[in-house]
Ligand binder design. Structure first.
Ligand code: HCA
Ligand code: CU
Length: 389
């Protein structure tokens, strides 16, 4: 099944707050929410108001901003929690409860019957308010699948708007996620949300597999921040979808991605990883001569993402022994230097000779180009020696 309509639930202000380095002031939360809204995510999920008095105030403050994105908060499957949640003015409540034997045994200690009963109470109450209701099973991938279907079918009958599959420990593979979501799609009327952790590097692929299987909502966070090493990163999901078809992500303001990544990186005190999707510093760099030549002729030879669509530019790295003379010519043109092919080839050989022994900087290559250019100008100026006697 191809990916159809979908919405992003960005959880930087909920799951992201669970990242070990994260501490956001109210002003910072508002700035993040406003940027996410300008980017165009459809939903913004906020930390439960039960976490602390300030969390409750922040939740209310962001719900009051009147953003285009819908605001959601996150609670346990308990009447006392959802009562507080609806009071904050959010447009939806994301209810979650663990269904795996690990969580049932070591966390809340409830049976599947008790979970269905609690969900009944919670949604009976929430129905009186004009809020979206979501029910998710924590640790879905390590839950008994029959238990899962039983709970999902029960809450579907209760009228929830979305059911959520959560790969809480990042154990799922794309195939497993695809099968689980496809089976669920056949069983419930509600929309389906996927929330995936990245412990084994599958969070983006799993989110994409969920969408292919009929999920309608995907959870992300900026840079993927969250518990442990986090969840599906917003930028990575965008890259994945864009590579299938740029039309899938045309609804988002893509150049804002780098502002979001930079803002979060600096707020939580990390660098954007060099190999980050789209915004890592090496994402649009080309080095080997063969790559550089082809990219200069047509960027699509080695780029599936167009940097300009994200407000970024590509960089051709020429100061290395892997370089080629086409790349060196491109640099000379950038510097406005006119050199013949023979001279460019000679400089390329010099770059290779020098960088065979030690790393070279772009400055050093530029100096070789300028020196050659000046020498040629000098030659032009010097009169030909007269032909002799
Ligand atoms: C948590 C766990 C959670 C919930 C996901 C969800 C997870 O921190 O409460 O609500 O769908 O990964 O299971 O983030
Ligand atoms: Cu999570």
């Amino acid at each position: 099944m191809s990916v159809q309509q979908f919405a992003i639930i960005d959880s930087t202000l909920r799951e992201g707050e669970q990242f070990v380095n994260a501490f956001f002031t109210t002003e910072q939360k508002i700035r993040i929410a406003t940027l996410l809204d300008a980017f165009g995510v459809e939903y913004i999920e906020l930390t439960t108001p039960l976490a602390s008095p300030q969390s409750e105030k922040d939740c209310r403050a962001i719900a009051r901003l009147g953003l285009r994105a819908k605001t959601l908060t996150h609670t346990r499957c308990a009447l006392e929690d959802v009562r507080v949640a609806v009071e904050t003015g959010v447009q939806g409540v994301d209810v979650v409860i663990g269904t795996s034997s690990y969580l049932r045994k070591f966390s809340h200690g409830k049976s599947i019957e008790a979970i269905v009963e609690m969900a009944g109470e919670v949604f009976e109450y929430l129905k009186k308010f004009n809020v979206e209701m979501r029910f998710s099973t924590e640790d879905s991938l390590r839950s008994n699948v029959e238990d899962l279907y039983r709970v999902y079918e029960a809450v579907d009958k209760m009228g929830v708007h979305r059911v959520g599959v959560a790969d809480t420990v990042g154990i799922g593979t794309p195939r497993q996620i695809y099968d689980l979501v496809a089976n669920l799609r056949a069983r419930v009327k509600a929309d389906i949300e996927f929330h995936g952790h990245n412990d084994t590097g599958c969070a983006i692929a799993n989110a994409f597999a969920a969408l292919e299987a009929g999920a309608t909502h995907v959870d992300t966070s900026v840079l993927g921040i969250g518990e442990r090493n986090g969840i599906t990163p917003l930028g990575g999901l965008i890259a994945r979808l864009y590579a299938v078809s740029p039309a899938l992500v045309a609804k988002y303001n893509l150049p804002l991605l780098r502002h979001l990544d930079q803002a979060i990186a600096s707020l939580v005190g990390v660098d954007i990883p060099f190999n980050n999707y789209i915004t890592g510093f090496a994402a649009f760099t080309h080095k080997a001569g063969i790559h550089a030549k082809a990219v200069l002729n047509n960027p699509s030879t080695y780029e599936i993402l167009k940097p300009e669509d994200f407000g970024l530019t590509r960089y051709i790295h020429i100061a290395s022994r892997l370089t080629g003379w086409n790349a060196v010519r491109y640099r000379a043109e950038q510097l406005g230097l006119k050199l013949s092919d023979a001279h460019l080839k000679a400089i390329t050989e010099e770059v290779k000779r020098l960088s065979d022994h030690q790393p070279l900087t772009l400055d050093e290559v530029d100096r070789l180009l300028y020196t050659m250019h000046e020498a040629l100008l000098e030659e032009e100026k010097t009169p030909e020696p007269s032909g002799g006697a």
